[in-house]
Write a protein that binds this ligand. Structure first.
Ligand code: BES
Ligand code: MN
Ligand code: ZN
Length: 517
């Protein structure tokens, strides 16, 4: 789809003019302008209660006097001055749905004049593009009868603000990363194996000269002493692969990299500590951390950000088998700590602990891991916030701000000594589970034993990575929390404490900051 930012005469010809109306017949700027052109036609309709200002409603009008536009779509924008981000999303979703159903090809969007609390035009444009792309997503690869092709081809934002064009470019790269993440995540686990993840990484690496790829196979893992990672993989016929995508594009090619590590369990049956049957299919989504990192790398590459970033996809499968690892086994991890396995379903931390040790070699500026790590995180925060655990207040704060900026929410969980004590084992240095309480935190506490050499944060996306029920599917949106949306933002600590108030300026600010340093 094509997006443009152009200040456009409202009288000009288009398939559809999109304008907003508030409740109680209060009008947006563009509504008033069209009302003038049409000599009061719109306000008359409003007077007779024919136009709804309610969120989620939209009225389609045809052949307005003095107007070359074929149609006008009047979208309800709620109470004037009170439109929230969430409501704005609903408005854009409703508009997109209508454009799609009517097979409209081109539209001029004037909802840039809708005021959203604490948000500016840049945010409005960026959020609109992301929301449209998100709404138009369909995954029908395995359907014999494909979904109808989408007619919509072009949206023009009616603004001459120079920033709008940049907002569009950023949003398109982000949307492209989100889409890639959703596609990989939605793939069935008989296709999306650890080898498939590595294959996708290879394809991505070929799209940019700044990207390169290393893939570590089981033999190499064995030489490296990644015995916890390997133990999880032992029950599966599909061998593990850890893919390492390097994006080397900082002005100083030797600048310390930002490292992102994604849990890539392409299926998690629980192993010998087998999961119950209900909804087990959803454990194909246990690779959403890796999908998120993949999408981030794609967006970063498309934006050509002046950064060094390393994205690790820790691919693996957890199945029961005669050769599978067992409860009671004691594993020696890559950093030397021994772990007593008390539950083979707490496998994510075993894969991640070795991946986190592996990345020490990059002398990271900081490391963020993203993982569908615990059901306990979903119990604690529901499906609307990712859990954040960090040993570094500054990095945690940056991530929280980024989350806030992108409406991709995160909530920090405490990490103190007491939780560490829950992980004591009578036989090994650590147990792989910490008892019944505070499971999302004890999982984070477990990981923190392997991240002492660098600044680190962990995002538990178990609740936010996919939707259940009728709309089952990867969200991409939340899966990508560290990821693409945040990609611009998480670079903040790179450059000093950059105010994050303007997502829009981040890319350029980053380049300035990097040049300065
Ligand atoms: N992949 C799961 C976590 C999960 C469960 C994510 C449900 C989303 C929905 C993880 O590997 C797991 O099984 N964790 C266990 C840990 C427990 C054994 C300490 C869990 O959360 O039950
Ligand atoms: Mn598990
Ligand atoms: Zn898992």
């Amino acid at each position: 789809m094509k997006y443009q930012a152009n200040s456009t005469a409202l009288s000009q010809s288009t398939d559809c003019l999109i304008i907003g109306i508030y409740e109680n017949n209060e009008f947006t700027k563009s509504f008033n302008e069209i009302d003038q052109i049409t000599k009061g036609y719109l306000s008359q309709l409003a007077q007779s209660q024919d136009l709804s200002g309610k969120i989620g409603q939209a009225t389609l009008l045809h052949s307005l006097p003095n107007l070359a536009a074929k149609r006008v779509l009047v979208a309800g924008c709620g109470k004037k001055g009170e439109t929230t981000e969430r409501q704005f999303k609903q408005i854009i979703q409703r508009v997109t749905q209508t454009l799609k159903e009517l097979n409209i090809q081109q539209a001029i969007n004037n909802l840039t004049d809708v005021e959203i609390k604490d948000r500016d035009l840049f945010w409005n444009v960026r959020f609109t593009v992301e929301t449209i792309e998100h709404s138009l997503y369909q995954f029908d690869e395995f359907k014999s009868k494909k979904a109808d092709a989408i007619s919509l081809q072009e949206i023009v934002f009616n603004t001459d603000d120079a920033q709008a064009q940049q907002a569009i470019a950023e949003a398109q790269a982000i949307a492209s990363g989100v889409k890639a993440a959703r596609n990989i995540a939605n793939m069935p686990p008989n296709i999306c194996t650890p080898a498939y993840l590595a294959e996708q990484a290879k394809n991505l690496a070929e799209t940019s000269t700044a990207l390169s790829l290393d893939v570590i196979n089981e033999e190499e893992m064995s030489k490296l002493g990644m015995n916890a990672y390997l133990a999880v993989s032992r029950g599966s016929q599909n061998p593990a692969y850890m893919s390492i995508l390097h994006f080397n594009n900082a002005p100083d090619k030797n600048a310390k990299p930002i490292v992102l590590v994604g849990k890539g369990l392409t299926f998690d049956a629980g192993g010998i500590s087998l999961k119950p049957a209900a909804d087990m299919d959803e454990m194909k989504y246990d690779m959403c951390g890796a999908a998120s990192v993949f999408g981030t790398m794609k967006a970063i590459a498309e934006l050509n950000l002046p950064l060094n970033v390393i994205g690790v996809l820790a691919g693996c499968e957890n199945l029961p088998d005669g050769n599978a690892y067992r409860p009671g086994d004691i594993l020696t991890t890559m950093n030397g700590l021994t772990v007593e396995v008390l539950n083979t379903d707490a496998e994510g931390r075993l894969v991640l602990c070795d991946a986190l040790t592996y990345v020490e070699r990059f002398e990271p500026q900081y490391v963020i891991d993203v993982a569908t790590l615990t059901g306990a995180c979903v119990v604690a925060l529901g499906q609307h916030n990712s859990g954040l655990v960090s040993t570094d207040d500054a990095l945690a704060e940056q991530l929280l701000q980024a989350a806030q900026q992108t409406t991709d929410k995160a909530w920090r969980l405490p990490l103190s000594e007491e939780y560490q004590e829950q992980l004591k084992s009578p036989f090994a240095d650590l147990a792989n589970i910490g008892g019944r309480w505070g499971g999302a935190i004890t999982a984070g506490a477990f990981l923190s034993n392997f991240t002492k050499k660098y600044t680190w944060a962990h995002l538990d996306i178990a609740g936010t990575a996919w939707l259940q029920g009728a709309n089952k599917g990867a969200t991409g949106e939340n899966a990508i929390i560290t990821s693409v949306k945040k990609a611009n933002i998480i670079v903040a600590p790179v450059s000093i404490t950059m105010p994050n108030s303007m997502m829009g300026e981040v890319t350029s600010k980053v380049s300035e900051a990097v040049v300065e340093s």
